[in-house]
Design a binder for this molecule. Structure first.
Ligand code: NAI
Length: 263
């Protein structure tokens, strides 16, 4: 199947500039590649330089433009440098996907170290907030743009062992709603996605501690399988497209119905 066939021949994002944080691997990489297939130019920001470089190679192989910027979204200096690079490039930023996130330490609440709370909130909450703030500064004066933040089904339901992560993702849901309302008449649309279980390195790390957990959790999924990162990416592209013009502040559950089993 050719790339054009894979996207049904759609090139909805031709000429658009798209930033994907945490775009080097996992869901972020799939998002970057799906945008590339539909004609976008990509800026891949990631803390992992090797993964970022590999992703940019794949973007170019798909016939699109890609650039890598090393950035830890939890570092205010890195975030400032990332957006200074984008501003100085002279190419307006059309779409920003704040995907970078970590699951942190999986442990019962009484075994959660302070450092885990600080790091998970620094990456998932502060990192998303700081990137969103810079994206708004670039987009609002132009009167156009789309910002999509990565929450999780974990923000909607309870998850034993993931109290810190679930709290961080609930914060992402909440700030997405508030910022979306601030920008409702500005031409900049803000929304979030809530993936279910997605087959990535993050999921493998989560299951690494307990071999039975993977089998049990997979059996509980309505689809009988985890989501594929490219399925999440296709949902993200819908949300970034003009077809989703009324989706503002909301989260799009991309979970194969799992939230209804969990809740
Ligand atoms: P992953 O761990 O497989 O990949 C994450 C990517 O982000 C890596 O390239 C990593 O280097 C980069 N990254 C990590 N911390 C960073 C930082 N501080 N600054 C910049 N880049 C950083 O994770 P996955 O599964 O692709 O997750 C992506 C997003 O989706 C995360 O926000 C995650 O919480 C969310 N999510 C994932 C689910 C899953 O089942 N895999 C389910 C629901 C949400």
């Amino acid at each position: 199947m050719t790339d054009m066939a894979a996207t049904g021949g759609m090139r909805r994002f031709a000429g658009k500039s798209v930033l994907v944080t945490g775009g080097g691997a996992g869901i972020g990489r799939a998002v970057a590649l799906e945008f590339a297939k539909e004609g976008a130019s990509l800026i891949v920001a990631d803390v992992d330089e090797a993964a970022g470089a590999e992703c940019v190679d794949m973007i170019r192989q798909a016939g699109a433009q890609g650039a890598f910027v090393r950035a830890d979204v939890a570092s205010p200096d890195d975030v400032s440098a990332l957006f200074a690079t984008i501003a100085q490039s002279g190419t307006p930023l059309d779409i920003a996907i704040n995907n970078a996130g970590i699951e942190g330490h999986v442990a019962l609440v009484e075994d959660q170290p302070d450092a885990n709370f600080d790091r998970v909130f620094a990456v998932n909450v502060q990192g998303t907030f700081q990137c969103m703030r810079e994206e708004v500064k670039l987009m609002k004066p132009r009167g156009s743009g789309v910002i999509i933040n990565f929450a999780s089904i974990a923000a909607h339901v309870g998850f034993a062992g993931l109290s810190v992560y679930t709290a961080s993702k609930a914060a992402v849901l909440a700030m997405t709603k508030s910022v979306a309302l601030e920008l409702a008449q500005s031409g900049v649309r803000v929304a979030s996605v809530s993936p279910g279980l997605v087959q990535t390195a993050m999921l493998e790390r989560f299951f690494a501690a307990d071999a039975n957990a993977k089998q049990q959790m997979t059996a509980s999924l309505p689809l009988g399988r985890p989501c594929d990162a490219h399925e999440i990416a296709r949902g993200v592209l819908f949300l970034a497209s003009d077809d989703a013009s009324l989706v503002l502040g909301q989260t799009l559950n991309l979970d194969g119905g799992w939230a209804y089993v969990k809740s």
